[in-house]
Design a protein around this ligand. Structure first.
Ligand code: CA
Length: 229
């Protein structure tokens, strides 16, 4: 999952970015003003935008309005000051999904980020299921055919993304863009190795869990074993 943090206070921006990266393992891009935010959103496809309201160049409200004009789906979590409560409530009418009042607890932020991403993907239940594969984002555990499977953080993130796109071919580029920040091109060579480790671990847990590599097209996760899910 890839998250954009838009916050002009450098230390707060850094702390939020680190929390979302170290906790749930999201790829995080950070920018510091409203114009940059729109540029980032035009360039990358985010799974969540954390958006401060008081920003240089363009206010958060304007960023939200422009974002909603072209993309209704990306969840937006507003960061706000106590004095802006009424404005924040208006923003929920204008397409923001949730808000937090500063100062806030970073653990609370992570919990809300997780909930919004689940909702944004149309998955309301806490566990993601595909045939024999069950992934629980809350504690980052994976079971295949009822057996726990130990994954590295990168393998977990690959599986989480593919579980959100079951049976679909996901291109290598799409996967990279959602796993990493703007450095994603540097990871292009190692992703194959992570995918192949993940494939092996899934397969050894259940023959039905198949992670295909469609050469030149991308990756496809399927699991036919509905019964043991
Ligand atoms: Ca601010």
């Amino acid at each position: 999952m890839r998250v954009l943090v838009v916050e002009d206070e450098p230390r707060l921006a850094q702390n939020i970015g680190a929390a979302l990266h170290d906790g749930p393992g999201y790829a995080v891009d950070v920018c510091h003003d409203g114009e940059e935010a729109l540029l980032y959103c035009a360039t990358a496809d985010y799974d969540l935008v954390v958006l401060d309201l008081m920003l240089p160049k363009k206010p958060g409200q304007e960023v939200l309005r422009r974002l909603r004009q072209r993309d209704g789906a990306t969840p937006v979590l507003i960061l706000t000051a106590v004095s802006e409560t009424q404005k924040t409530i208006d923003l929920l009418d204008q397409g923001a999904d949730d808000y937090m009042t500063k100062p806030f607890d970073l653990g609370d932020l992570i919990a809300r980020a997780r909930a919004l991403i689940r909702r944004g993907k149309g998955v309301r239940q806490p566990a993601l299921r595909l045939g024999a594969i069950v992934l629980i984002p809350a504690d980052q555990t994976v079971r295949v055919g009822g057996q726990p499977v130990e994954l590295s953080p990168t393998e977990y993130r690959i599986l989480e993304y593919l579980m959100h796109h079951p049976n679909a071919i996901v291109s290598k580029r799409e996967l990279l863009e959602h796993l990493y920040d703007f450095t994603w091109e540097h990871h292009s060579n190692v992703i194959e190795a992570h995918v192949s480790n993940l494939r092996r671990k899934l397969r050894s847990a259940s023959e039905s869990a198949v992670l295909e590599n469609r050469r030149g097209r991308g990756y496809r996760l399927t699991s036919s074993d509905e019964a043991s899910a």
